[in-house]
Design a binder for this molecule. Structure first.
Ligand code: ZN
Length: 185
């Protein structure tokens, strides 16, 4: 019988081993890694715009390893960057290490890694137990039968439009006090 030895933990969607990553942990790490503010902002944008996806977690002795993908740009058809990092708890503090990205900056202090860090912080803040699955347009319920908000509104010639003046109650009261006759169309 062939022994495979102790097998490595699997990549899963479970966030049980994810240390409670705070925003200040990210900022401290960014500061220590001398990451410019502009990269930090761009990284936050990668998170906010949902560029970071396919997050998977593998339990480690002192925390966990995380891998994910990040879209390169608005062109989401381009192959995404591959990201890896490790979060561990050392002396009660979250330590960010082993950051790797397939982009040119590559050393792990790029805006893609920051996007992933902000996303992980978001997961912690929301108390997610597993990586939430992003709902793609095609996996959502069909909505074609729901009328659009613009239904019934069609372009019209300027001359055919009627403009109505709206008066606030106190404006109206003031004008009545002054015996001003207001013609409301
Ligand atoms: Zn990168």
């Amino acid at each position: 019988m062939i022994s495979c030895g102790p097998s490595l933990p699997q990549w899963t969607l479970s966030l049980k081993s994810l240390p409670a990553l705070k925003e200040k942990d990210i900022e401290l790490w960014a500061n220590q890694s001398r990451i410019p503010k502009a990269v930090l902002t761009k990284g936050y944008g990668n998170f906010a715009e949902s560029y970071v996806h396919d997050v998977e977690v593998r339990t480690a002795i002192d925390g966990c390893c995380v891998r994910a993908k990040c879209f390169k740009s608005m062109k989401k058809n381009d192959p995404p960057h591959s990201l890896n990092l490790k979060l561990s708890i050392i002396d009660g503090c979250v330590k960010i290490s082993e950051c790797l990205c397939s982009c040119k900056a590559g050393e792990g202090d790029c805006n893609h890694i920051l996007g992933l860090l902000y996303l992980l912080h978001h997961y912690c803040k929301c108390g997610y137990k597993t990586v939430p699955t992003l709902q793609s347009k095609t996996s959502l319920k069909q909505t074609w039968h729901i009328p659009a908000r613009t239904d019934g509104i069609t372009p019209k010639k300027y001359r055919t439009l009627i403009f109505k003046r709206f008066l606030y109650q106190n404006q109206l009261r003031d004008q009545l006090k002054q015996n001003v006759f207001v013609l409301m169309v």
